[in-house]
Design a protein around this ligand. Structure first.
Ligand SMILES: Nc1ncnc2c1ncn2[C@@H]1O[C@H](COP(=O)(O)OP(=O)(O)OP(=O)(O)O)[C@@H](O)[C@H]1O
Ligand SMILES: [Mg+2]
Length: 362
C-alpha cells in the first residue's frame, strides 16, 4: 500500500515543433507543444480539423521526426527508436485490418512477427478475444464484420503485444451514434482493465468530456489548455476553449477595482461581481458563463442582470431562453423541460451561480 508510486510521466512531450513544406508553402503543424501524459491515464487530444492532433500522435509513435523538441517515453529519450521498437501501439481511424486474415489471425500476426512462441500467442489471442467480447467471431473474415466489430478487432490487435501506451486516432469516427456511445464505454472499460495509458484523439467535445481523465484542447498547432473535463468545461482559460466546448455566454465586463488576485467587475454595465483574475482597473475583460449555471430570479432582485427575452428554443432535453442584456449582448439561460414561463419581449432578471463566471485570459 505504502510503496512509493512511480510518477514518471508515460509520455513527456517537450517543446515540439513540426513543420511541413518550405518557404511560402510552409505549414507549422505543431508550434512548440509541451505536455506530460501520466501513466495509466486516459488522455485526450481535442481540437478542430487541422490543429495538429494526428501530427502529435505520429511524432509520439515515431512515424514522423520533429524539427525541434523531444519525446520521452517513461523518462527515456526515444528519438533514435523506429516505430516498431517503441513500447507504443497505434489504432488508426480506418482500422487497417488484414483483409485476408481471420479475426484470430489478425490478432496473432503481429505477435508472431515479434517472435512470441506459439503457446503464448494462442493464449494471448484468446484473452484478447474475451476482452473485446469477440470469441464467437474468431474465425470470421474482416469483410464479414460490422464496423463496430472491426473496430474491436483493431483494438484487440493493438492491445495484444501489451504496449505501455496506446495511441488512438479518432477510432470511433466512422461509427453511428449508438454504436459510438457503446464503444466509448467499452474503450473506457478496456483502459481500466488493462491499465495501459491511452492517448485518444477526437474532435468531438462530448466524447472527450465523457471518456477522459484529462483533455488537451488544441488549436492551430498549440495546446490551449490541459485539464480535467470539469476544468475544461467550467473553467476554460481562453476564448477558444470556452467557445469550442458546448454552449457558453461570453459577455463584457469592466474592472472597477482589484485586490490580490480578485477583481470587482461590472458585467454588461449592470451587475457587479467579485471574480478571480489579475486584469487592471479600467480594463475590459471577457467573462464566460455556462447557460445552465444561470437562472431566472424575481425582476429587480439584488445581484441580478436585467434582460429581455428574444426567443425560446426547445431542444428535447431542455429549453434555451435567448435573451438580450442591457448592453445589447446576447445571453442564453438553459432550463430543463419546455415551460419557461416567459415569451419574447418579457423583461427578466438573471442570477448567476456562485463561481460560475470565469474571466478569460484572451
Ligand atoms: N504530410 C504532410 N504534408 C503537409 N502538410 C501536412 C502533412 N501532414 C499534416 N499536414 C498539415 O498539418 C496540419 C495539421 O495536420 P493534422 O493531420 O495533425 O491535423 P488534425 O488535427 O489531425 O486534423 P483532423 O481532425 O482533420 O484529422 C494541417 O494543416 C495539415 O494540412
Ligand atoms: Mg487527424
Amino acid at each position: 500500500m505504502n510503496q512509493p508510486q512511480d510518477t514518471t510521466p508515460a509520455i513527456s512531450v517537450r517543446s515540439l515543433v513540426k513543420t511541413f513544406g518550405r518557404g511560402a508553402e510552409m505549414i507549422t503543424a505543431l508550434n512548440n507543444v509541451s505536455v506530460d501524459i501520466r501513466q495509466n491515464e486516459f488522455f485526450t487530444l481535442l481540437g478542430p480539423s487541422g490543429c495538429g492532433k494526428t501530427t502529435l500522435l505520429r511524432l509520439i509513435a515515431g512515424f514522423e521526426l520533429p524539427d525541434q523538441g523531444e519525446v520521452l517515453l517513461h523518462g527515456k529519450e526515444i528519438a533514435h527508436l523506429p516505430p516498431h521498437k517503441r513500447p507504443v501501439n497505434t489504432v488508426f481511424q480506418n482500422y487497417a485490418l488484414f483483409p485476408h486474415l481471420s479475426v484470430s489471425r489478425n490478432i496473432a500476426f503481429g505477435l508472431e512477427m515479434l517472435g512470441w512462441d506459439k503457446a503464448k500467442v494462442t493464449a494471448t489471442v484468446e484473452r484478447m478475444l474475451e476482452l473485446v467480447k469477440l470469441e464467437p467471431l474468431a474465425n470470421r473474415m474482416p469483410d464479414q464484420l460490422s464496423g463496430g466489430q472491426q473496430q474491436r478487432v483493431a483494438l484487440a490487435r493493438a492491445l495484444a503485444p501489451e504496449p505501455r501506451v496506446l495511441l488512438l486516432d479518432e477510432p470511433l469516427a466512422a461509427l453511428d451514434l449508438k454504436l459510438r456511445k457503446d464503444m466509448q464505454l467499452e474503450l473506457k472499460r478496456l483502459q481500466d482493465e488493462t491499465g495501459i495509458t491511452f492517448v485518444f484523439v477526437t474532435h468531438d467535445q462530448e466524447e472527450a468530456l465523457t471518456m477522459s481523465d484529462r483533455i488537451a484542447v488544441m488549436s492551430n498547432g498549440l495546446i490551449q489548455q490541459v485539464g480535467t473535463p470539469h476544468d475544461i468545461y467550467y473553467a476554460p482559460e481562453t476564448r477558444f476553449v470556452a467557445d469550442f466546448i458546448g454552449d457558453i455566454n461570453i459577455i463584457r465586463g469592466e474592472v472597477n477595482s482589484t485586490s490580490d488576485g480578485s477583481m470587482q467587475v461590472t458585467l454588461a454595465g449592470d451587475l457587479e461581481m467579485t471574480l478571480a483574475g489579475t486584469a487592471s482597473v479600467g480594463q475590459s475583460v471577457a467573462v464566460a458563463i455556462r447557460p445552465e449555471r444561470s437562472h431566472f430570479a424575481v425582476v429587480g432582485a439584488p445581484e441580478t442582470l436585467s434582460a429581455r427575452v428574444t426567443d425560446n428554443v426547445f431542444f428535447g432535453a431542455g429549453t434555451n431562453i435567448h435573451l438580450m442584456l442591457n448592453n445589447g449582448q446576447g445571453f442564453i439561460v438553459r432550463i430543463q423541460g419546455q415551460e419557461s414561463g416567459c415569451k419574447p419581449g418579457d423583461t427578466v432578471a438573471i442570477a448567476i451561480e456562485r463561481d460560475a463566471a470565469k474571466v478569460l485570459d484572451n
